[in-house]
Design a protein around this ligand. Structure first.
Ligand code: G6P
Length: 371
């Protein structure tokens, strides 16, 4: 009923709008007054965490993309190498695991069969398993050595939204906690990043307050047959997630690419009028922004219509954007938390305009309990 959906037409839309709260709840109580980060349900000792020399993240679907973002954050802050693997592929490649490998399983439901089988395999090889999960007492956290619960509340829409954002939060917390325990980052820096994370709920709310602009854009695309998404660095998984949302909900061909890879193939797909959604990294010292702009120029020169998600105040993008969606200014590693929101809104509204059932997309299930 409409009451259950807080007056929204879909659970998904309700859940998109719950994201500021879900992110805030997932951060609650993690940052102690002494400046130290604490993870209450972390059942691994500091010594066990210090012994970890490799991390393998396993997950499916949207949770896998949270894992891709986590790789950037964990490696940057802790210098521990991270692999990210689709749970369904993990066991079958005979992965190299031992007691110093931490396997991180990300699962909103905690019941995904592919992920469950993967952690069982990892534990047989003596690896420690940490679950990032939204469902208290579900199978995956029960069979893991440690758990970080996300506090998104129940997610009903089949396509994950607040589940994804809170998984990102849990991944950042894990990365910072490891950095704290291993001493690769100092307290001041960790506190500063925590403060930036704590400001994210307001920034998501600011993005949501401009939902109408995104809706209008989405409705203008009802006849679109194909959409490309481009990103770089932590924006690359955001591009993948934006494309997945369109496949899941609007049933149109959508693909995400790393912008630097365009010239190695995907640019051949570009033709007159093709919509290309571009997740533009924040301006910084690392050339990511400049390189993204040159990628955008390349697709535009070949007739693409560019829809650019770029931070407030970034005027250099204006000449190359057929449409511009503004994002709050946040560091590149945290940008996925704000950049994915317009893509969720876009997919939800486009699917609605096409007459599809957003909460129950065809052929999909919320939790896939068969391999
Ligand atoms: C299904 C859902 C996706 C979800 C994936 C992983 O395919 O339709 O939205 O991302 O499972 O689910 P999990 O509960 O393990 O995060």
């Amino acid at each position: 009923s409409a009451a259950e959906k807080d007056g929204h037409d879909w659970f998904m839309r309700k859940e998109i709008f719950e994201q500021p709260r879900a992110v805030a709840d997932s951060l609650l109580g993690r940052h102690a007054r002494n400046g130290l980060l604490q993870l209450d349900e972390m059942r691994l000792s500091d010594q066990e965490l210090r012994d970890i020399d490799k991390i393998i993240i396993i997950a499916c679907g949207t949770s896998f993309y949270a894992g891709l973002v986590a790789k950037y954050a964990i490696e940057h802050w802790t210098r521990v190498p991270v692999e990210v693997e689709l749970a369904s592929e993990f066991r079958y490649r005979d992965p190299i695991l031992d007691y110093s490998t931490l396997v991180v399983a990300i699962s909103q439901s905690g019941e995904t069969a592919d992920t469950l089988q993967a952690i069982r395999h990892a534990r047989l090889q003596r690896s420690k398993v940490l679950a990032i999960c939204n469902t208290n007492g579900s199978t995956i956290p029960r069979e893991s050595d440690a758990v970080i619960y996300t506090h998104a509340g129940p997610e009903i829409g089949v396509a994950s939204t607040k589940g994804f954002l809170t998984q990102l939060v849990a991944c950042y917390l894990l990365a910072l906690y490891l950095a704290q325990v291993k001493g690769t980052r100092y307290g001041d820096e960790i506190s500063e990043i925590m403060r930036q994370l704590e400001s994210i709920p307001d920034q998501i709310a600011a993005v949501l307050s401009r939902a109408d602009e995104v809706y209008e854009l989405a409705r203008a695309h009802v006849d679109t047959r194909s959409v490309l998404f481009l990103g770089r660095h932590a924006g690359y998984p955001v591009a993948l997630e934006g494309a997945l949302k369109l496949k899941e909900l609007a049933y149109i061909h959508a693909e995400g690419f790393a912008a630097g890879e365009l010239k190695h193939g995907p640019i051949a797909l570009v033709e007159e009028g093709l919509p290309v959604l571009c997740v533009v990294p924040p301006r910084g010292r690392d050339q990511l922004h400049e390189k993204m702009i040159s990628g955008i120029q390349e697709v535009r020169a070949r007739g693409a219509r560019t829809i650019c998600l770029a931070e407030e105040g970034d005027t250099s993008i204006e000449p190359y954007a057929d449409h511009l969606i503004r994002l709050p200014r946040v560091p590149v590693l945290l940008q996925p938390l704000v950049a994915v929101v317009p893509l969720q809104l876009f997919a939800c509204e486009l699917a609605t305009a096409m007459g599809h059932d957003v909460d129950q997309p065809r052929n999909l299930a919320k939790s896939v309990t068969v391999e």
